[in-house]
Write a protein that binds this ligand. Structure first.
Ligand code: ATP
Length: 295
């Protein structure tokens, strides 16, 4: 197995007095697409800024391709393509001009990847970026990232401004692109349905910590929503296997990684009848809500 592409060890970050997280550690394996999920303000962009070396963490270290990001050689940095919330500079240029401009800086530039995406997105080469909508500019930014033919892509909020059709198109394009080239991808998006079609692995963050890091298949295969009828006033047992338990109006709901047999045994131990117990498989958005709560 090749070494992980990204290794973050014991990251701690604060803005002034405000602690964002402490001792955060994770790895992104080679050739995988990993989605970082978390509610607003949990520190996703902070993590991306630390990974890019824009922000120095209060403690801990990040290695990318085995090199500490604070002292990374330019040749190694050139292997990383970075999208910061759909940002495109040089908006006075046209689609074609900006492609020519960027191509000078990237030795592995692949113009076909850029124009391939522009064609799919029906963006004309003579169009000036300054006259484009926010979503169209995001499309250009994504094309410029793909053309870099990098070994690692870091994409912060990649679907910002794209409508559902373009999002679907881009997600499929990115997935095929990354799989066929063995590119490692680390990304965030607020649109979790997009993530579900794209990612191999996920990290779900809560305020200050990582809740889970596992393959998306494992999460969706194991994490389920349970419900059962319960006598008014009865509380579900407090145990780490019962995530986000609620009991209202004679009906209880919770989420768990355990099988129905294990859950039923735990409930019976607590004196709760299980004949109405039922469980449902989840999509990624429901699993996210089950892990992080609704608010
Ligand atoms: N430069 C800064 N100075 C002070 N506080 C900051 C700064 N940047 C971010 N924060 C705070 O740190 C927390 C984490 O911000 P961050 O942008 O990393 O979150 P996020 O998970 O990317 O959020 P979102 O999902 O809303 O994009 C937020 O509460 C934010 O207000």
């Amino acid at each position: 197995m090749p070494d992980p592409v990204i290794e973050c060890r014991n990251l701690t970050h604060r803005y002034g007095e405000r602690l964002i997280y402490e001792n955060l550690s994770f790895e992104v394996p080679h050739g995988r697409i990993l989605g970082l999920l978390g509610k607003n303000g949990t520190g996703k962009t902070t993590t991306i800024n630390i990974l890019n070396g824009y922000l120095e963490p209060v403690a801990g270290e990040c290695l990318i391709f085995g090199e500490n990001i604070r002292t990374m050689r330019p040749q190694t940095r050139a292997r990383i393509a970075l999208l910061l919330e759909g940002h495109v500079q040089y908006a006075f240029m046209t689609i074609r001009e900006i492609e020519r401009f960027y191509s000078q800086y990237y030795p592995r530039w692949d113009a076909r990847a850029y124009y391939g995406l522009m064609e799919l997105l029906a963006v004309a080469p003579g169009q000036r970026i300054a006259r484009m909508s926010c979503g169209q500019r995001s499309q250009v930014a994504l094309g410029l990232i793909l053309a870099q033919n990098a070994d690692l892509m870091i994409l912060d909020d990649f679907s910002m401004g794209l409508d559902p059709g373009y999002r679907r198109l881009f997600v499929e394009y990115l997935r095929d692109y990354a799989r066929s080239r063995g590119t490692t991808v680390f990304l965030t998006s607020h649109i979790i349905q997009d993530m579900e079609k794209l990612i191999d692995d996920c990290i779900v963050m809560d305020y200050g910590r990582i809740l889970v890091q596992m393959s998306a298949g494992d999460l969706l295969g194991r994490f389920r929503r349970y419900e059962l009828a319960i006598a008014e006033g009865t509380a579900l047992p407090e145990a780490p296997e019962f995530h986000r338990p609620t009991a209202i109006g004679g009906r209880a709901e919770f989420y768990s990684f355990e099988t129905e047999a294990v859950v039923a045994a735990r409930l019976r131990q607590a004196g709760i009848a299980c004949d109405t117990l039922r469980s449902d498989a989840l999509n990624l958005e429901d699993a996210f809500i089950g892990l992080t709560g609704k608010y």
